[in-house]
Design a protein around this ligand. Sequence first.
Ligand SMILES: NC(=O)C1=CN([C@@H]2O[C@H](COP(=O)(O)OP(=O)(O)OC[C@H]3O[C@@H](n4cnc5c(N)ncnc54)[C@H](O)[C@@H]3O)[C@@H](O)[C@H]2O)C=CC1
Ligand SMILES: Nc1nc(=O)c2c([nH]1)NC[C@@H]1CN(c3ccc(C(=O)N[C@@H](CCC(=O)O)C(=O)O)cc3)CN21
Length: 277
Amino acid sequence: MMFPVRIEIIPSEGIVEQVRAKVSAATPLSVTCLPHHGIERTMRTAVELSDAGYQVIPHLAARSIRSRAELTDIIRGCDAAGIREVFVIGGDRKQPAGTYDSALPVLEDIAQYTGGMMRVGVAGYPEGHPLVSPLDLLDGLLAKQHLASHVVTQMCFSAGKIQDYAALLRREGVHLPLWAGVAGSVPRTKLVALATQIGVGSSLKFLSRKGPLARKLLSGDRYSPDTLVAGLKTTPGAVAGIHLYSFNSLDAVPNDAAASSPSALQTALIRGAARDN
Ligand SMILES: NC(=O)C1=CN([C@@H]2O[C@H](COP(=O)(O)OP(=O)(O)OC[C@H]3O[C@@H](n4cnc5c(N)ncnc54)[C@H](O)[C@@H]3O)[C@@H](O)[C@H]2O)C=CC1
Ligand SMILES: Nc1nc(=O)c2c([nH]1)NC[C@@H]1CN(c3ccc(C(=O)N[C@@H](CCC(=O)O)C(=O)O)cc3)CN21
């Protein structure tokens, strides 16, 4: 059985050309919003990709939005570009740029302004968050779920932890579809460097050890999500799909596979770039 796959990209210079060359237009794309990029870069890239025929989901980091006026401009921009879904997170900025300090007030304004027409994804944390307690995260989800359409998990490297998290949400009354946040095939060094920066949980610790688990998950010096995705397939109902953090490493996709079908893309991406070693 194949999971639907969405690919997350970083709005770096040249990424639109890279995506158009490597990724099938049938594969939805999520565009990250980094504090040093700001929302303008995310929206510009999202609109370009939408104009190129992709289904695009821009990330709106609450703490990077200056005002409600800016938010309504962003929503109008989405509407004009045919973008029907966004992903709303608090964001990594230390100081909020304006009046929004977390995701909920942004969700409320989006719901009011679009009359519930805009689909909104929210973040979930199978392994918790460095700054926010598990209880606050759960309360946050319970408060947001009536304004959201699905949850995307923080990057996690343990199928078991994602499955346990799905069961926890259902037990606690969060019934939104859950997309598993999976790191694509990327160099181990990049993962380790990044993990500290964005607060990824303990399941990443295996990368710095040399045990049998590390050997299983690291083909050569690259992490491959193959094992994790296989693990998720043991509980088909738990997750709605794979949200693949590509880190803009799209070279794992042989051109023909990208052109042929999303499942071929999924296989190529999730099999990882093992053959690159
Ligand atoms: N948003 C925040 O930074 C903080 C939130 N809280 C509380 O925690 C609860 C949940 O807060 P929310 O903002 O709704 O949670 P959220 O999950 O939308 O935002 C929390 C965190 O999002 C992180 N984040 C997760 N995925 C991200 C992504 N893909 N791109 C950028 N940043 C990403 C940031 O580190 C941010 O601190 C609420 O009760 C809130 O009041 C408490 C302290 C800080
Ligand atoms: N707290 C948090 N913040 C995020 O931004 C975030 C998450 N969690 N979880 C999942 C994804 C993964 N994210 C990221 C963030 C940065 C790079 C990255 O490669 N950053 C480069 C700079 C890229 C650039 O400026 O073009 C770096 O070296 O920091 C990759 C994935 C974004 N997302």
